[in-house]
Design a protein around this ligand. Structure first.
Ligand SMILES: O=C(CO)[C@@H](O)[C@H](O)[C@H](O)[C@H](O)COP(=O)(O)O
Ligand SMILES: [Zn+2]
Length: 629
């Protein structure tokens, strides 16, 4: 059966024309991801604020994808900085729609902080788990824009609460994950890195001259392209400011700026036009305004270089689109751009807000046509392997499935008896650890000292136990023979007596299980060796007989025991008794004790070399230097 899920994207609808002040990557993200998720078996409803009274409440936008227009504030475009007061109405009307239509959503995917706030409420009221992609973080914006950031101050608090409540947080690049962890204390295990993508049927390489003919651009000019939302953060002024600094003296260079509206209505375009005039480069800057998505590939393909130098970019879809069309990118070394653009391979990275550095890199690339061609091929390949919406949907589907599964487990398994069993097991373990910490410090130290001495004198450690303790014996031997925490140290001789099925079965079959370890101790043990025994009860006959055999061989017996130690406590030279009546807890503590012993012994052995107590081995396998006596 298909799973129905809800996207919330309060200000960014896939219906909007890209390049408007608030219409950019998020609109594409929501639409493309929804379409691809349909192929994974989902039905997606995208809830977005009604910006136009003429639109129907619910519109079938693509197969399996509906857009639901939610009434929240006036039905007109409102800058997203002013939308927060309408979000309560958004939430209430969204819930009304869900209830009137009797829909059950398996999951909500919130986009941007205001949608996340709605998702938090939905989770509380309707018990729907949610995933969030923030697309930008308020804290980082504040850092970069200070007072010019016009979002309400509550944004950061809302983001923090959403992070606390979310079932999974989608970071769009490694930097985004770091920011979430550093500024919001988001737990790493709640974050999945999933980038944005490109639709290869929409963005693909087109012959440069054909693209230019379509756009009526001069075939012989050098074209630099800047495309996207026209807001100060995007650093378009930085690109204009680089133009007079270009050292390139070949063909005429033209900068085409796609996005934004007519200068009179768009203050940012007016500002950029004025800047171009002031710098004397107005004649080589073309303001192309907003373009339909169909036209964008021609712009990307017509350009020799795509340039994007924002101060902050949580992901950035335009550099990917440019690369998909085979156009190398010079991008700011920030956020998602430093992840999508491979410096030196698919383009170059520059510091933001630095026209000199940008001018230098543009000139460098324009002078190296061979490199530009290589970068173009690399760019297409990189996008097609890593950044298609198909791949994004595949990764997202994995996240959704995990969230949906965990949610249903949580809902169906909150039986009070289960919970109290879980809690008891943890509390029991914590208590046992606390008691052991006090009681076992001295014997642990002594056991480690004995083991170290034994190994230093060229002797070995034999280990045995039954059942769970048998596997722990092997676990311990493996840590010593191989390595534990310190690489490049000599192997230490340790043998688990539980691992040779031929010996175990023959001796048990022919003489009895009680002799299964003692026989091996006689055969393998020598004076000065250690026998390490594990027994939760201290009662197992084969363990007691093994210790007897060890004493006859003048070996030292160390025993990890439980309960009251049983008779084994009397046989052992050093007994480490876990004072618990619960076999499982005893075994858990035994494993911990074995690891602590590994740490102590390994450090001592490794320290031998560090302190020059022994010559470092010259060639071949490392060996512990043997001391006589
Ligand atoms: O793992 C477990 C219980 O948690 C069992 O396999 C358990 O190790 C076996 O019953 C052993 O035979 C118990 O022997 P011992 O610890 O009393 O010497
Ligand atoms: Zn067990």
């Amino acid at each position: 059966m298909k799973s129905r899920i809800a996207f919330i994207s309060e200000h960014a609808s896939p219906l909007s024309t890209i390049g408007g002040v608030d219409a950019g990557g998020q609109n594409v993200y929501v639409g493309e991801l929804a379409r691809q998720l349909v192929k994974k078996g989902y039905e997606v409803d995208i809830f977005t604020r009604r910006e136009n009274a003429q639109l129907p409440q619910c519109l079938q936008w693509a197969t399996g994808v509906r857009i639901v227009h939610v009434d929240a504030g006036p039905a007109q475009i409102i800058p997203k900085e002013q939308l927060l007061p309408y979000m309560a109405a958004f939430r209430d009307n969204m819930i009304r729609f869900i209830q009137e239509h009797g829909i059950t959503y398996k999951l909500v995917h919130a986009n941007f902080f205001m949608s996340a706030q709605v998702a938090v409420d939905l989770k509380q009221m309707l018990h729907i788990p949610f995933v969030v992609t923030f697309h930008a973080l308020g804290h980082i914006r504040r850092l970069h824009q200070g007072e010019q950031d016009k979002f309400p101050a509550e944004r950061i608090t809302i983001e923090k609460e959403a992070i606390r409540q979310a079932d999974c947080i989608i970071a769009e690049c490694p930097q985004d994950k770091e920011d979430l962890m550093q500024y919001y204390q988001a737990p790493a295990n709640k974050i999945s890195i999933i980038p944005g993508g490109v639709n290869p049927d929409e963005m693909y390489p087109v012959d440069k001259q054909i693209a230019r003919m379509r756009l009526k651009l001069a075939p012989q000019e050098i074209v630099l392209l800047q495309l996207g939302r026209m807001v100060p953060r995007k650093g378009v002024d930085n690109v204009i400011a680089a133009l007079p600094k270009l050292k390139y003296t070949g063909a005429k260079v033209r900068l085409i700026i796609v996005g934004g509206e007519d200068g009179a209505r768009d203050p940012e375009i007016a500002r950029l036009k004025q800047l171009a005039k002031d710098l004397g480069v107005a004649a080589c800057v073309t303001f192309a305004g907003q373009r339909t998505r169909d036209e964008l590939k021609y712009y990307y393909a017509a350009a020799d270089l795509f340039i994007t130098t924002p101060w902050y970019e949580p992901f950035g879809i335009t550099p990917l689109e440019a690369m998909a069309c085979g156009t190398p990118v010079i991008g700011a070394n920030v956020g998602g751009i430093k992840y999508s653009v491979l410096d030196g391979k698919t383009g170059l990275l520059v510091p933001p807000q630095n026209p000199d550095a940008l001018a230098e890199k543009i000139s460098e690339l324009l002078l190296n046509r061979t490199l530009l061609q290589e970068m173009s091929a690399n760019a297409v390949k990189r996008v097609q392997t890593l950044f298609t919406w198909q791949r994004v949907a595949h990764l997202m589907n994995n996240v959704y499935e995990k969230v949906i599964l965990n949610h249903s487990i949580a809902v169906n398994s909150t039986l009070p008896e289960d919970l109290s069993l879980i809690d008891n097991a943890f509390e029991n373990l914590v208590n046992t650890i606390t008691v052991c910490k006090q009681q076992l410090r001295a014997p642990l130290q002594e056991a480690a000292r004995q083991m170290y001495r034994c190994l230093l004198h060229g002797k070995k450690i034999l280990v045995c136990g039954n059942g769970g303790s048998a596997s722990q014996s092997q676990h311990f031997a493996a840590e010593l023979v191989g390595r534990f925490e310190i690489p490049d140290r000599p192997g230490m001789p340790a043998i688990a007596l539980t691992a040779d099925s031929a010996v175990l079965t023959a001796w048990s079959n022919d003489y009895g299980y009680d002799q299964v370890f003692s026989r091996q101790v006689q055969a393998l043990g020598r004076k000065g060796d250690i026998l390490l025994c594990l027994s939760t009860s201290g009662n197992s006959n084969n363990i007691l007989l093994a210790m007897e055999a060890a004493h006859q061989q003048q070996m030292t017996c160390i025993a990890l025991l439980g309960k009251d130690g049983g008779p084994a406590a009397d046989y052992a030279d050093i007994g480490l008794i876990v004072p618990s009546g619960n076999t499982a807890r005893i075994q858990e503590l035994h494993m911990h004790l074995l690891h602590v012993l590994c740490t102590l012994v390994e450090r001592k052995i490794a320290g031998l070399y560090a302190n020059n107590e022994a010559p470092a081995p010259k060639t071949g396998a490392l060996a512990i230097p043997v001391m006589n006596g």
